[in-house]
Design a protein around this ligand. Sequence first.
Ligand code: ACO
Length: 334
Amino acid sequence: MNTTPIRIVSLGKAVPKTVITNDDLTKILDTSDEWITTRTGIKQRHIASGDENSLTIGVQAAKEALAKGNLEGKDIDLIIAATSNPYNIYPSTACSIADAIDAKLGTVAFDITAACTGMIYAMEIARSMISSGKYQRALLVATDTVSKFVNWEDRSTCVLFGDGASSMILEKSPDGQDDIIAIDINADGKQGRHITMHLNGTNCPLVEPAQGSNERVMMNGKEVYKFVVTTMPDSVNNCIENCGLKPEDIDYLVPHQANLRIIDALQQRLNYTDEKVITNIDKYGNTSAASVGIALSEAIEEGKIKTPSTAILCAFGAGMTWGSVIIKLREGIY
Ligand code: ACO
């Protein structure tokens, strides 16, 4: 399919204010800073408290991208929220964001679920919808508060996650330069059993007595690890090769921040130096769909990513889903 050139206008991010360190977790779990750090690279994570939820931080991230792009809600005609932990199933997170930013009547808004690959899926969907000619400018918001759904007694899972939101505004490129060079997205439902979170609901009491719910994240970490260390590098390589580039043509790798050992394996396969690989897992843990966007936005803010440059974002998550996108970062984007 021929796609319309897209400009990446601006980025945003938000995390809850409360920070929980590995040492804090030892108060409720049989774990240690040493175990978590050596197995994952995580030192702390931000955790929602009080009124904070995936919608409130999603709205914060959305407003930041609008402000950075010198835009208002009325300038957006498409909103896609990528979330696996919506505050409400309905209204959708995207519709509530439309309300919060005062989007104009008729702005199309919907949620998608692709777990940690959500932002990359949202970019592909937005690019296709802008290419249809019906939409000019899309606000993408990836937001998750996995802390509300993990089992805090399961030390092999709960220590891995943090809460966060990231956002990106895409528009039909006004100068014809295309900032999205290539996207590769994938899913394999047969592997879905490795990370699950059921939303069973309960049957009508006339057909059976009420039962407890088990709406908690369950993960077979070893199987996810094995699956990802082959699929992720393959996706990154395919994405690079299919558009005629070589790994050395990419200035920065911005991987999903799930486990430092997975990132290291990817870095070695691509033969990239440390300066080319963006990591912030030590500060945030795995923020699910928000992860790549937070890493990208923060690295630009902190000057770790210089512009203009070319970056590849890659992610994997429940589903299983995985994907990569090669983007151009214009001078001065933030
Ligand atoms: N603290 C201390 N010990 C622990 C902890 C903990 N927090 N968690 C597990 N252990 C113990 C286990 O009980 C086990 O003990 P045993 O040997 O006595 O049985 C031992 O540590 C080793 O456990 P493993 O599961 O073998 O540890 P492993 O080296 O595989 O690391 C990890 C586990 C970090 C989860 C790893 O498998 C991993 O990162 N997998 C990928 C997970 C991932 O990326 N998920 C992304 C999800 S994205 C989404 O969409 C939700």
